[in-house]
Design a protein around this ligand. Structure first.
Ligand SMILES: Nc1ncnc2c1ncn2[C@@H]1O[C@H](COP(=O)(O)OP(=O)(O)OP(=O)(O)O)[C@@H](O)[C@H]1O
Ligand SMILES: [Mg+2]
Length: 252
């Protein structure tokens, strides 16, 4: 059982894309996978072809103790892949949770038994270090950080490292950054290579050998509600995410 939060408070760096596609690839490789949408934008839910406005239950109901995990988990279009979906209700959760006892650990309290039933649980976080992300950091053992191989990539990373350190010291001593994923790599530019070198200088061995290249098929796939391996199985994007999944498994 591995529980992993995909975190980076910078927006648009490939968190959701990576949870959807890595999750699908792990499932296609025979793993039992749960992905959790912890972002009120519900991008992960939509990416995996689920209509977020037609949900009976969502992660919001789970967090506010309105229902059980078994009621919220639904299939996500790939054999072996399940999702806890989100919708716009989640934007209220941060406010409503404030008055709850143990508000930083409610996700953990609600899901730790569920995580045990899966080989991989991947949580897609919103681009913030607010209460929802804090809940993600409290409920997992591992963190993967997707980083764009572009100019501002490392800006804000110190802040993220500090937050992780605080959570580790105060509530979750086992928490660790176990993977940094270079994404949206542009093979035509020197800048991508330079930034990749800087990322490796900062994170050292945590950086995955697999690099996710920029690929228009990846950007297209959410509008078809499919992961890249189903939308365009022969694309670079599918190749890269499958390679990443194998590397993730090899680090078990
Ligand atoms: N390798 C890639 N090649 C091309 N486009 C990509 C790639 N990875 C992600 N994208 C596109 O970049 C945009 C941002 O990606 P994504 O939504 O995964 O980021 P995010 O970190 O989840 O954003 P947010 O912080 O808003 O939740 C999306 O339009 C996505 O389709
Ligand atoms: Mg996202």
């Amino acid at each position: 059982m591995r529980s992993i939060a995909l975190v980076n408070q910078k927006g648009g760096v490939g968190k959701t894309t990576t949870v959807a596609n890595l999750g699908a690839c792990l499932a296609q490789l025979g793993k039992k996978v749960l992905v959790v949408d912890l972002d009120p934008q519900a991008n992960l839910t939509i990416h995996l072809g689920i209509k977020s406005n037609e949900l009976e239950y969502s992660i919001y109901d789970l967090l506010l103790w309105k229902t059980k995990a078994e009621e919220v988990i639904i299939p996500a279009g790939v054999e072996g892949l399940n999702i806890i979906p989100a919708n716009i209700d989640l934007s209220r959760a941060e406010i409503e949770l404030v008055n709850m006892p143990s508000r930083e650990t409610v996700l953990k309290d609600r899901l730790f038994l569920t995580f045990k039933k899966y080989d991989y649980s991947l949580i897609d976080c919103a681009p913030s270090l607010g209460l929802l992300t804090l809940n993600a950091l409290t409920s997992v053992r591992e963190i993967f950080i997707p980083i764009q191989t572009q100019f501002f990539a490392l800006q804000g990373i110190n802040r993220l490292s500090e937050t992780i350190e605080i959570v580790r010291k105060k509530v979750n001593p086992l928490l660790k950054v176990t993977g940094v994923i270079p994404v949206m790599y542009d093979v035509r530019t020197n800048l991508s290579q330079e930034v990749l070198n800087r990322i490796k200088g900062y994170f050292k061995k945590e950086v995955f050998k697999t690099i996710i290249r920029e690929n228009v098929r990846i950007a297209e796939s959410p509008s078809f509600g499919l992961p890249i391996t189903l939308y365009s199985p022969n694309s670079y994007g599918a190749e890269d995410y499958m390679k990443l999944a194998k590397e993730v498994i090899s680090r078990e």
